[in-house]
Design a protein around this ligand. Structure first.
Ligand code: AMP
Ligand code: MG
Length: 311
């Protein structure tokens, strides 16, 4: 045990979900597998529980959290849905799409969840463990990625424990995350206008991409983020012996995202390769070129942030 908690590892079965629900009802923290990455969940209606998320992650308090819900009707109690927002929810929920909407008055969310904004980010996840927890607790659950702030998101229970063992109550081990990359975030105005704040697994080709250098509306848009803690070089076609190479397609690496050049497989393996690169004894990471198409857009978005040194 590293910190003040004896972090429990729970199975993604009925017993594990019941124990996790008990911890969450009592205001504790549980890392939960989702179809994107592992999330660090707390009840979203309790100030102290939400404060524990920020403390465990070392997350700046201006960076709001995504609230996870069991159903569209639960979401509509928390936010104002225009027809455009409802159409997106009906099409993509449950799944890796987060909607940023105007907060409903009297929604009962802890103030820290939205970091004082009058909007709220909502998602209905598809992963059975997270869905069971939402149904079991009957609570909206705030859940950012279960990593230390600024570092690489976890796609396995081992990644979560590497960063947060002793700082959280429990982790549910549900195996590797399927999509492997954080949800697509779309802001939907009450007038039905739609903007992508963060690219992700849901490809909304018809919606404008985030404007580079624009106002920071989602802190996931901070230039430096997802850092593996050492220099990262992108679009590498030549590599040095002291590079930890993240390969793709014909370019084989110390960790290869997808030998077949499959972008969905590459997204699913991206953070596992980052974690391997971070703990390897090589001082630098070099990444093969990734095509800027489909989910490759979200992969390149995360790679660019990983390659940008922190301030
Ligand atoms: P994480 O779950 O760690 O990927 O972080 C959640 C992401 O959702 C961050 O990039 C937040 O900035 C974004 N987010 C949460 N709430 C809002 C909101 N009300 N407006 C814009 N972005 C949000
Ligand atoms: Mg995160």
């Amino acid at each position: 045990m590293v910190g003040k908690y004896a972090t429990e590892t729970l199975r993604a079965d009925n017993g594990g979900i019941e124990r996790a629900a008990q911890i969450l009802r009592g205001g504790g923290l549980v890392a939960v597998p989702t179809e994107t990455v592992y999330g660090l969940a707390a009840r979203a209606d309790d100030d102290e529980a939400v404060a524990r998320i920020y403390a465990a992650k070392g997350r700046p308090s201006f960076n709001p959290l995504i609230v996870h819900v069991a159903s569209l009707s639960a979401a509509e109690r928390l936010a104002v849905f225009s027809e455009a927002a409802r159409a997106l929810a009906r099409q993509y929920w449950p799944g890796p799409l987060t909607l940023v909407l105007s907060r409903q008055r009297g929604a009962g969310l802890a103030a820290a969840v939205t970091a004082g904004l009058d909007t709220v980010a909502l998602r209905m996840p598809s992963h059975p463990a997270m869905r069971d927890l939402l149904e079991f607790t009957g609570l909206p659950l705030a859940a950012p990625s279960a990593n230390r702030s600024g570092f690489v998101s976890p796609t396995s229970a081992a990644h979560v424990l590497g960063a947060l063992d002793g700082r959280i109550d429990a982790v549910i081990d549900g195996g590797p995350s399927e999509a492997g990359i954080e949800s697509t975030i779309v802001a939907v105005g009450e007038d039905g206008s739609r903007r992508v704040l963060r690219p992700g697994p849901i490809l909304l080709e018809d919606i404008a991409r985030p404007d580079a250098g624009g106002r920071i509306e989602a802190p996931g848009q901070l230039a430096s983020h997802y850092s593996p803690g050492k220099p990262v070089r992108l679009d590498a076609t030549e590599v040095a012996p002291d590079d930890f190479v993240i390969g793709f397609g014909a370019m084989e690496g110390d960790c290869t995202l997808s030998e077949a050049g499959d972008l969905a497989e590459a997204a699913a393996r991206l953070y596992a390769c980052f974690h391997q690169g971070a703990i390897s004894d090589k001082p630098r990471i070099a990444v093969a070129p990734i095509p800027e198409e489909g989910i490759g857009i979200a992969i390149n978005d995360r790679l660019r942030r990983a390659a940008t040194p922190p301030d």
